[in-house]
Design a protein around this ligand. Structure first.
Ligand code: IPD
Ligand code: CA
Ligand code: CA
Length: 276
């Protein structure tokens, strides 16, 4: 049971306005990101918490500030959670959950695999999202009950019924990497499956919604990496694990999204760590 009052209905909320704003802001932030990307050689790259693989630059912080300002100027009563600036008003009915650049390692290394992700939770549930990929001119977006799209084209998850029928997105970071990632790859390959890692969890989630990937597993993901994409997967007919359990919104959790025909098979290949 979520903490929000049961006598409040969704009709009290301007969902259409927020959906349009999410698309507009993600698109504009991605356009601004692209300007920096073309000049990325002059950026100073910093490392978070001493991990040389965990990178960030002023572009992440600047875009997050731009997104935060645009969203809260229009809807000042809303809550906000962003990768770079943290959280405010998490008890609001509407909480924006955003990643200004998902795929920062790709961004700073010149790999065209990064995006801006803007998601909105209503009453504790992912409700709408927009993921803008300026390198491929793709804007993935969706809203609960209204479908999921890339630009204007509707999305549908893969109809695969076995992992050998398609490509699986995967990802990891060092803390849970060696322990869970390598055994999963071993099991996947044993079943005749194949994997890719493109360095952006938000894009791989969108690709599951689009049926380009049959599923996507990450040993530990944060909510800003996936909240927008989760709406797309649900609207496109896919399944997800119980990502928000145990304070998943703030702390993250192991993560699996997949088409319904392979979800249980992949879950079995991962094993109990998915729900720990
Ligand atoms: C990362 C990407 C990557 C995933 C990492 C995330 P960032 O986000 O989504 O695909 O493997 O776990 O942290 O740092 O580029 O925003
Ligand atoms: Ca991210
Ligand atoms: Ca990020």
């Amino acid at each position: 049971m979520n903490p929000h009052q049961s006598n409040q209905t969704l009709s009290d909320i301007d969902i259409e306005g927020r959906y349009a704003l999410a698309r507009e802001v993600a698109h504009e932030a991605a356009r601004r990101g692209m300007e920096y990307y073309k000049r990325r050689g002059s950026l100073t790259v910093e490392h978070k918490g001493g991990d040389l693989q965990d990178v960030v630059s002023m572009v992440d912080r600047e875009l997050e500030e731009f997104i935060r300002e645009q969203l809260l100027e229009r809807y000042p009563e809303d809550g906000f959670l962003g990768e770079e600036s943290g959280s405010e008003r998490l008890d609001a009915r509407c909480v924006w959950v955003i990643d200004p650049i998902d795929g920062t390692a790709c961004f700073v290394n010149g790999l065209h695999s990064w995006c801006v992700s803007v998601g909105l939770m209503i009453d504790g549930q992912p409700h709408l999202g927009a993921i803008a990929d300026p390198n491929h001119s793709e804007l993935f977006h969706g809203c609960r009950g209204k479908g999921a799209y890339v630009n204007d084209t509707p999305l549908r998850v893969s109809s695969a019924t076995h992992v050998r029928e398609g490509l699986m997105g995967v990802g990891t970071f060092h803390p849970r990497g060696k322990e869970y990632f390598l055994p999963f790859l071993h099991s996947l390959l044993n079943e005749g499956g194949m994997f890719i890692r493109n360095g952006s969890g938000a894009l791989m989630t969108a690709y599951v919604a689009a049926g380009r990937l049959i599923g996507y597993y990450e040993t530990q993901l944060k909510s800003w990496d996936c909240l927008a994409g989760l709406v797309l997967v649900e609207e496109a007919g896919g399944r997800r694990n119980d990502f928000f359990r145990n304070n998943g919104l703030l702390d993250g959790n192991p993560y699996l999204v997949a088409g319904p025909g392979v979800f249980d098979q992949i879950k079995d290949l991962i094993g109990p760590s998915l729900d720990e």
